[in-house]
Write a new protein. Structure first.
Length: 213
């Protein structure tokens, strides 16, 4: 059984685990995986060094636990639109929900970006592998959501294209937030309109191909 999956003990142990996860998430998002040394994480958490090894076994185990918790957050971060909305309103609802989630957990989403910078150098780490899995989960969730927005089959090429475009826009926006101090809401505000335009252009091309010569 992984340390992160051990039965929850008393509330003090639970608080210590959460403080470590929060500290690791923050430090890794700021300094990257290699720069997030155990002393930095312990200093940020304000708890004994032994706690990392007691609860998670290693820095790698701690990162994996951060990613496991993040996976649960990610599933809630891209909301499906309520019924009755048109495509633009539904896409806006989806993007607004994502912005709220990032505002609530900014370090996790920045960590998802920065952790991949060292993916090749540390390809054997379980935490890195989990980060890759979460990015694929994010793409799958996006594909499902844009399929709902535009009443598409999630397995179609168009749904995949819209999801990939959305992920690229989100990646770029998160980078701009981290490097330039940009507003995520402002950076992603054009995304719903862009998705509607891409969908419309694809539908038009499909319609033209279906017309007789």
């Amino acid at each position: 059984m992984h340390n992160a999956d051990r039965p929850r003990g008393n509330s003090r142990g639970e608080r210590s685990r959460n403080r470590l996860l929060d500290a690791a998430e923050m430090v890794m998002s700021r300094h990257g995986y290699l720069g997030a040394t155990i002393p930095r994480i312990v200093a940020a958490a304000g708890i004994p060094l032994s706690s990392i090894y007691h609860f998670y076994g290693s820095k790698d185990g701690l990162l994996e636990a951060v990613m496991e918790r993040g996976g649960r957050r990610l599933s809630d971060a891209i909301p499906g639109p309520p019924p009755g909305l048109g495509p633009l309103a539904a896409a806006t609802y989806m993007v607004d929900g994502l912005c709220v989630a990032v505002a609530e957990h900014p370090h996790f989403f920045q960590l998802m970006m920065s952790i991949l910078d060292v993916a090749e150098a540390t390809s054997g780490d379980k935490g890195i592998a989990r980060a890759r899995q979460l990015r694929e989960l994010g793409l799958t969730l996006l594909r499902g959501r844009v399929a709902e927005v535009f009443a598409l089959d999630a397995e179609t090429e168009l749904a995949t294209t819209l999801a990939q475009f959305s992920r690229a826009a989100i990646d770029g926006a998160l980078l701009a937030v981290k490097v330039d101090g940009a507003s995520l809401d402002a950076m992603l505000a054009p995304l719903p309109t862009a998705l509607v335009a891409i969908h419309a252009a694809s539908s038009e091309r499909t319609g033209l191909r279906g017309q007789p010569d």
